[in-house]
Design a protein around this ligand. Structure first.
Ligand code: THU
Length: 132
């Protein structure tokens, strides 16, 4: 599977968004080394602080299945944004601990704009386990 097919998977995930408050749907898809795909979309709540992003839903699902960052090849994230979607700060922090630092993260929008990045680039000088 290439990055364009993974973006398609992220778009499919986005269709399942539950975002009645922001009306801003996000989709994420993580490809594993053995070819599995973990999908995530954002799920909101009337108690706004409980909203969960697409990226974290996908990543936590992978860990719930007993996998870890060693199993991950890449991730795609998509939203209806002007340019490629920008992951929020909370997701960057979680990714910095649970996602391989050099693995491709493909950020996209519905128009086909793409930005290829990594966790290291998204969150330099991250607060980590070693800092405790
Ligand atoms: N959201 C994501 O799912 N991922 C991001 O990277 C940015 C924000 C969601 C959270 C909330 O449901 C909506 O988008 C608006 O912030």
């Amino acid at each position: 599977m290439d990055e364009f097919e993974l973006i398609q998977e992220a778009k499919k995930a986005r269709e399942k968004t539950y975002s009645p408050y922001s009306k801003f749907g996000v989709g994420a898809a993580i490809l594993t080394k053995d070819g599995r795909i973990y999908h995530g979309t954002n799920i909101e709540n009337a108690s706004y602080g409980l909203c969960m992003c697409a990226e974290r839903n996908a990543l936590y699902g992978l860990y719930c299945d007993g996998l870890s960052q060693d199993d991950i090849l890449m991730m795609a994230v998509v939203a209806d944004t002007e340019g490629p979607v920008s992951p929020c700060g909370a997701c960057r922090q979680v990714l910095s601990e649970l996602f391989p630092s050099q693995a491709p993260i493909i950020l996209a929008n519905l128009e086909g704009d793409i930005k290829r990045t990594t966790v290291k680039e998204l969150l330099p000088f991250a607060f980590e386990m070693e800092d405790l």
